[in-house]
Design a protein around this ligand. Structure first.
Ligand code: 13P
Ligand code: SF4
Length: 312
């Protein structure tokens, strides 16, 4: 039996649900019960009604699922699937940073460890960052962590002056501005669609900025036929599936490899997915105190998002 058939069988026998991010390889996206951005995935995890959550994504996403569904076993195909952005914010250093601003609240992007979440007042994702920030009074002082690019973008569009932690995503931060300018000259009829983890020089050139789900919805409903896509390559699978007649050009990086695959997301393979479902390891484990403290700011985000109809 091939991996696909075996995984489908395991889903049934183990009453398991596979949650996958858009940056996963196409075969994994196609076998998942739900494919989405971090906000959608968190919401799905909070409503999961299965005995096993198989998280095809990176560690902080699987951790979020565990925090939201602590009674359910959560496994991930490769425990090494981390995130450079989450890693750029070590808890001890962040704690010292936060202590320098006692009158500030902390809004953390969901791409951070459970420990950082326990030090946060509310979590946000790229799908709701603007609305979460705007849900606080105008004069509220805010620390935004860990993504300086997303934080600077939100400062820019809201007129806020949040204090930013100096972190970034190694995939989005090296997308080449020069390559984008050249692609725009070569394809003047194309729109540039960018993820807010990209640096400001890239975002300034964009026709549309949004989370992976928002980018996907934009390319689906917009009438242009050609798009330059500034994010990780995995999103192209759904874009092409949804709009088979449209042309999508992925922005290369500044590095010579020109590969903007997230090295962590792409650690997950069909073989590892099959094995983690068979053996139910590696499992995400968190202590009760961390779950209790980290759950509050995530639930606050979900509540605000529900009230604003960003999720159902
Ligand atoms: P989204 O929530 O927009 O899918 O982003 C997650 C991520 O890790 C982007 O690098
Ligand atoms: Fe983290 Fe960047 Fe990979 Fe997203 S693309 S999971 S932010 S390293």
């Amino acid at each position: 039996m091939n991996y696909r058939d075996r995984i489908i069988q395991l889903k049934k026998t183990k009453n398991a649900i596979i949650l996958a991010h858009y940056y996963q390889i196409a075969e994994i996206q196609d076998i998942a019960d739900y494919v989405g951005d971090s906000l959608g995935l968190a919401q799905q995890a909070s409503q999961a009604n299965s005995d096993l959550i198989v998280f095809a994504g990176v560690h902080f996403m699987a951790e979020t699922a565990k925090i939201l569904s602590p009674e359910t076993k959560v496994v991930i195909p490769d425990i090494e699937a981390g995130c450079s952005l989450a890693d750029s914010c070590p808890p001890e250093k962040f704690s010292a940073f936060r202590n320098k601003y006692p009158d500030h609240i902390v809004i953390s992007y969901i791409n951070c460890s459970a420990e950082i979440k326990t030090m946060s007042d509310v979590i946000c994702t790229s799908g709701n960052a603007k609305q979460i920030v705007e849900s606080f009074p105008e004069d509220q002082k805010i620390i935004f962590a860990p993504d300086k690019n997303l934080g600077a973008y939100i400062n820019n569009i809201t007129g806020k002056n949040m204090v930013l932690w100096d972190g970034s995503c190694e995939v989005h931060d090296i997308l080449s501005t020069e390559a984008i300018i050249n692609l725009k000259i070569e394809h003047p009829d194309a729109k540039l669609v960018a993820h807010p983890e990209c640096k400001a020089q890239v975002l300034e050139l964009a026709d549309y900025i949004g989370s992976t789900t928002a980018m996907l919805n934009f390319t689906k409903t917009d009438h242009t036929q050609k798009y330059i896509i500034a994010t990780e390559t995995g999103i192209l699978h759904q874009m092409r599936k949804n709009s088979p007649k449209k042309k999508f050009i992925i922005v290369p990086t500044d590095e010579t490899c020109s590969c903007n695959d997230c090295p962590y997301m792409k650690l997950n393979t069909m073989e590892k997915l099959n094995k983690c479902m068979e053996d139910e390891v590696p499992e995400i484990k968190l202590d009760d105190k961390t779950i209790e403290l980290a759950k509050k700011p995530i639930n606050k985000m979900l509540d605000i998002s529900r009230k604003l109809n960003l999720i159902k």
